[in-house]
Ligand binder design. Structure first.
Ligand code: CO
Length: 305
C-alpha cells in the first residue's frame, strides 16, 4: 500500500515538469507571433545636427543586419538634445522610453548597446539608468545584457586604429598627418583609456595625433607635438560617433578658436574630414561584436568568484 504513495510525488513532479516545459514552448511561440522575443536598444549621447545623422543611420542598418528580425530601438541620453529634437518634431526617447517600447513589442531579452567611445561619465549614467529601470519594473524582461562601449580593450583600440587608418588613407596621400579630436571629460574620467588609445594609434601609425575638446590633453599639447615633429599638413577628423556640433564647430569651424583656424594660424595646413566613426564599417563591426559578446545580464547578481 505504501508503493503508490511513494510514486505519487514522482508522478506529480513529472507532470509539473511537462506542464512547465509546455508553457515555455507556448511562451516562445506566442512571443514569436506577437513580436520578437529579443530586441536591441542602442544608446548614444545624441545629436541634433542633421548632417550627423548618416552616422546614426549606418549604425542602425548594421545592427538590423546583425540581429535580423529584431526590433532596434534608439535612446539618446542627452536631455537637452531630446528636448530640441522633440520641439523640431523628430523625437528620440530616453533609456526608459526605449525599454518601454521594446517591452510593448513583446521583447523579453534586451541587448543594450552603448555607442559611447569610452566608458566615461555617460556610460556610467547609462548603467545607472538601466539598473533603476529594471528595478522599477521587476520581471518585465528575462534578460537585459549591457554591451560595453567602443573602446574596452587594447584589441578594440587596435581594431579602431586599423579602421580609421584605412578609411583616411586616400586623404593622406599628400603626406598629411592625421589629427583626431576626442571628446574627453573635465574630471578626467576615461582619460586613461584615451591615453592608452593614443598610444595604440601612434604604434599603428606614428603620424597620428590625438587630443580632446574637453579633456586633459587639449589643443596646446597637440600643437606642441605637431611643432616638435615638424608637421606641415594634417587631416582633421573627430574621434566621435558622429560628426556633430564639436566636429563642425570646435574642430573645423570658421571661428578663430576652432582647431582648424588655430592650426592655419600656426602655419599648419589642414583639411577637415567630417565623418563620424559610425560611418566607418570596421567601427560598426566593433560595436556589433560588443553587443553579441555581452554576457553581462544586469537583471542578475554578478557572478560570484
Ligand atoms: Co560635448
Amino acid at each position: 500500500m505504501s508503493r503508490p504513495h511513494r510514486l505519487l510525488p514522482h508522478f506529480f513532479l513529472s507532470l509539473l515538469l511537462l506542464v512547465s516545459l509546455a508553457a515555455c514552448a507556448q511562451k516562445n511561440t506566442a512571443v514569436g507571433s506577437a513580436g520578437s522575443a529579443e530586441g536591441v536598444l542602442l544608446v548614444a549621447f545624441g545629436t541634433s545636427v542633421p548632417e550627423a545623422l548618416p552616422s546614426m543611420e549606418a549604425v542602425d542598418v548594421a545592427f538590423k543586419d546583425a540581429f535580423p528580425g529584431q526590433p532596434v530601438v534608439w535612446a539618446y541620453t542627452s536631455q537637452r538634445i531630446r528636448k530640441k529634437l522633440a520641439a523640431e518634431g523628430r523625437p528620440v526617447g530616453g533609456i526608459s522610453d526605449g525599454l518601454e517600447r521594446l517591452a510593448g513589442k513583446g521583447v523579453r531579452t534586451v541587448r543594450v548597446q552603448s555607442l559611447h567611445v569610452m566608458a566615461g561619465e555617460e556610460f556610467s549614467a547609462l548603467e545607472r539608468a538601466l539598473l533603476l529601470d529594471v528595478k522599477a519594473h521587476p520581471g518585465r524582461f528575462d534578460h537585459v545584457y549591457l554591451g560595453r562601449p567602443m573602446l574596452e580593450s587594447a584589441e578594440d583600440a587596435r581594431a579602431l586604429a586599423r579602421a580609421v587608418r584605412e578609411d583616411t588613407a586616400p586623404l593622406r596621400k599628400n603626406g598629411s598627418a592625421l589629427v583626431l579630436m576626442g571628446h574627453g571629460q573635465e574630471h578626467g574620467r576615461a582619460g586613461l583609456t584615451f591615453e592608452g588609445t593614443r598610444a595604440v594609434f601612434s604604434e599603428s601609425d606614428r603620424r597620428t595625433y590625438m587630443a580632446t575638446v574637453e579633456g586633459a590633453r587639449g589643443f596646446d599639447e597637440l600643437l606642441a607635438e605637431l611643432r616638435k615633429d615638424r608637421v606641415r599638413r594634417v587631416v582633421l577628423q573627430p574621434l566621435m560617433l558622429v560628426a556633430g556640433d564639436h566636429a563642425r564647430n570646435d574642430l573645423a569651424g570658421a571661428e578663430d578658436d576652432s582647431w582648424a583656424s588655430r592650426l592655419t594660424k600656426a602655419g599648419i595646413s589642414n583639411t577637415a574630414h567630417l565623418k563620424g566613426l559610425g560611418q566607418i564599417e570596421g567601427v560598426r563591426a566593433l560595436l556589433v561584436r560588443h553587443a553579441k559578446e555581452s554576457a553581462d545580464d544586469i537583471t542578475r547578481e554578478p557572478r560570484k568568484q
